[in-house]
Write a protein that binds this ligand. Structure first.
Ligand SMILES: C[S@@+](CC[C@H](N)C(=O)[O-])C[C@H]1O[C@@H](n2cnc3c(N)ncnc32)[C@H](O)[C@@H]1O
Length: 275
């Protein structure tokens, strides 16, 4: 049985899931960095930093040491190993802690230029508490950047039979854990509620088509997230096992069509702390 807790993390930290998260970073980080538009020299806080690839990429772009907060000890250890293997241990200060009340020193509160989070708020029952902490963590005029999923933005064409039900069941697994699969559309609202001034609303395109070199990686990511939610979907009675397997097989068949196309976008919003 899945255990819905105060902050239930759907995806877990199994080796296949770590591979999926790493692949996702390869596909997405250039787009996230482009939207961030770091100029160099920024002090950056990253919350829910996972394997730390984006934290390291931000550190490289800014030329500073990023502070990265992650609640899972396994993820922190894995992130540290990956950084060491890349010879980049100095780029990130990985800290074990909860993003709701990040373990920052007294002199760090109100000192960051940028507080960033990606794919964390969708896993929290109280995402506003994290955004409030981000507002507190940055200096007056500092940037708060939120990136997250709005699963309703997914489009496949031609649509594989059974995919709509499967995708609904996947989104239902978030709801079952007390989380919001449509949080992407609420990012600007969360900034306002947390006391920040919203300044930008955008998205990072995350799509591809058959024939593009990275298309198989997009398909692997899509199948990976759905497979990862299998147990929660079953526990919650959102789709029976036979329908789940049939829809996944149809999705695999679809990915081999010469005209298969996938559109998705990661919601991206920026606010500023009042000067
Ligand atoms: C989908 S991963 C995203 C990782 C990274 N931000 C990225 O974009 O690749 C979400 C991460 O948030 C972590 N997490 C979940 N709840 C958290 C919390 N309350 N505080 C800190 N980290 C949390 C999970 O352990 C996981 O590593």
């Amino acid at each position: 049985m899945s255990q819905p807790g105060p902050s239930a993390y759907l995806h877990g930290t199994t080796p296949p899931e770590q591979d999926r998260l790493s692949l996702l970073n390869d596909l997405l980080n250039a787009g996230s960095l482009r939207e961030l538009g770091l100029r160099g020299g920024e002090r950056i806080l990253d919350l829910g930093s996972g394997l730390g690839q984006l934290a390291r990429a931000m550190a490289r772009a800014a030329g500073t040491r990023v502070v990265a907060i992650e609640r899972s000890a396994e993820q922190v250890a894995d992130a540290a190993r990956r950084a060491e293997r890349a010879g980049e241990s100095a780029l990130v200060d990985f800290r074990l802690g909860d993003a709701t009340l990040p373990p920052l020193r007294e002199d760090e509160w109100g000192a960051f230029d940028v507080a960033h989070t990606r794919f964390l708020l969708e896993h929290l029952r109280e995402p506003l508490a994290v955004v409030r902490s981000m507002v507190r963590a940055v200096r007056p005029g500092g940037r708060i950047v939120l990136e997250d999923d709005d699963h309703d933005l997914m489009r496949l064409h031609p649509e594989p039979p059974g995919f709509a039900r499967l995708w609904q069941a996947y989104q239902g697994s978030y709801v079952h854990l007390g989380n919001d699969p449509l949080i992407g559309r609420r990012l600007v609202g969360l900034l306002v509620e947390a006391g920040a001034e919203p300044v930008r609303n955008s998205c990072v395109f995350f799509g591809s088509c058959a024939g593009a070199p990275q298309f198989p990686a997009y398909v692997a990511n899509l199948i990976g997230v759905i497979e990862g939610a299998r147990a929660v979907i079953a526990d919650a009675g959102l789709l029976d096992a036979a329908d789940f397997d049939r829809a996944l097989a149809t999705l695999r068949d679809w990915s081999r069509l010469p005209a298969a196309a996938l559109w998705y976008a990661v919601a991206w919003a920026e606010g500023r702390r009042a000067a």
